[in-house]
Design a protein around this ligand. Structure first.
Ligand code: MG
Length: 397
């Protein structure tokens, strides 16, 4: 299983970095890491979907050779705002090109749109610092094939998987791993009953207790779909069977995940929630950053609690296990249905409880078509979105 975690690369004193999704939550925190790295990381490419002004501001500070904008209509404006001599590319190919030109590629794109970036980075033999879990989940068969490219490796930015990566790399024998314990904060609705969740609003769901993140992942945290997706992500990253991956609710978000060993010992990684730690780890691995993000103040009293998730309320967890075990295109269907349902909820078109219903109904229609190529993954994604959109329309308020 450790063999599937990618080839260990040397620790470069200097690495070029491409930040794809540079204006989002992960991208802006990655820039903080670059600033703190004292010249170890050099940003050579920046890419964003549509936030032109922030992208241009970042380009003026970091002076990358290449800037890419996903929305083609904005390319002219980007060209006018970035320093002269900067190459400007546009469209999804532009984002993918940005993922080919650096030693380390941070994929902080939101959702399924991150797949071409993941593939471009791996097929170019790059280190992929992966925050975009959706690409690995939905495109698993083709992403795993791309991972075999010489030099290619994935180091997870997702805090739980980054914790698992750290624990697994401290174990001498992979066969000593009994199971992975993926921790979950429980989100803003932990402890609520189904009856209490009928009328929750967008703002209620966006009020995450411990992490500040983008809106899509924050809604996923409120339904625990984020945790379900992370179970699939852990399976794909580390090659561990679903029967040996469990979810544990830990509201303080200090323990970022755990590995239980065959002799009963449990290893864990602890830190105050701060995504700059996993971003810096993934960018610099195996060398640590040298700048502390999220160290714990052990002089203060602190309580760490753990409980099982309420699977009757948070049905998305079981849906994810179901899709993961089915394999093939089922995780792509799960992911697409969830993206459609979350967008509809954020637009106030469906109720929060309908998110899991839309995903369940879509997954029931999964057609089992094989997904051995990018075209087939895109087709699976489209087919699921059609089903999910119909399921949303039946539930519109
Ligand atoms: Mg996470």
């Amino acid at each position: 299983m450790l063999a599937s975690m990618g080839t260990l690369q040397g620790a470069p004193d200097h690495a070029t970095v491409s930040l794809v999704g540079s204006t989002g939550s992960i991208g802006t925190q990655a820039i903080d890491v670059v600033r703190a790295s004292n010249g170890r990381f050099e940003v050579v490419a920046l890419a964003a979907q549509s936030s032109v002004d922030l992208l241009a501001e970042q380009a003026r500070e970091l002076r990358p050779a290449l800037v890419a904008i996903g929305d083609r209509a904005l390319a002219q404006k980007v060209s006018e705002l970035v320093p002269s001599g900067t190459e400007v590319l546009a469209g999804p190919e532009g984002l993918a090109e940005a993922a080919r030109v650096a030693d380390v590629v941070v994929n902080g794109v939101v959702g399924f749109a991150g797949l071409p970036v993941t593939l471009a980075a791996l097929e170019s033999g790059r280190r992929l610092a992966l925050a975009n879990k959706e690409s690995l989940i939905a495109g698993a068969p083709i992403v795993q094939a791309a991972r075999a490219t010489p030099g290619a490796e994935i180091v997870p930015v997702d805090s739980e998987h980054c914790a698992l990566h750290q624990c697994l790399h401290s174990i001498a024998r992979p066969s000593d791993v009994a199971r992975l314990l993926v921790t979950a904060s429980g989100g803003p609705f932990r402890g609520r009953s189904l009856a209490e969740l009928g009328e929750v609003t967008r703002d209620d769901a966006l009020a995450h207790p411990t992490w500040k993140m983008g809106p899509k992942i924050t809604i996923d945290s409120s339904t625990l779909m984020n945790k379900g997706l992370e179970v699939i992500e852990a399976h794909e990253l580390f090659g561990i069977d679903y029967d040996r991956i469990d979810v544990v609710v830990h509201p303080q978000s200090i323990v970022h995940s755990m590995v239980e060993l065959v002799d009963g010992a449990t290893l864990a990684q602890l830190s105050v929630p701060d995504m700059r730690l996993p971003i810096g780890y993934a960018m610099g691995y195996p060398e640590r950053l040298g700048v502390p993000f999220g160290p714990i103040d052990w002089s203060k009293p602190m309580e760490l609690t753990f409980e099982s998730p309420d699977l009757t309320v948070f049905g998305c967890v079981e849906l994810a296990y179901r899709a993961g075990r089915a394999g093939g295109g089922a995780p792509a269907w799960l992911n697409a249905a969830n993206e459609v349902a979350v967008a509809a909820f954020l637009a106030d078109r469906i109720a929060w409880l309908s998110i899991a219903e839309v995903v369940a109904e879509t997954l029931d229609a999964y057609d089992g078509a094989p997904i051995g190529s990018l075209e087939a993954v895109l087709a699976a994604d489209r087919a699921a979105r059609v089903r999910a959109t119909a399921a949303v329309e039946r539930r519109m308020r």
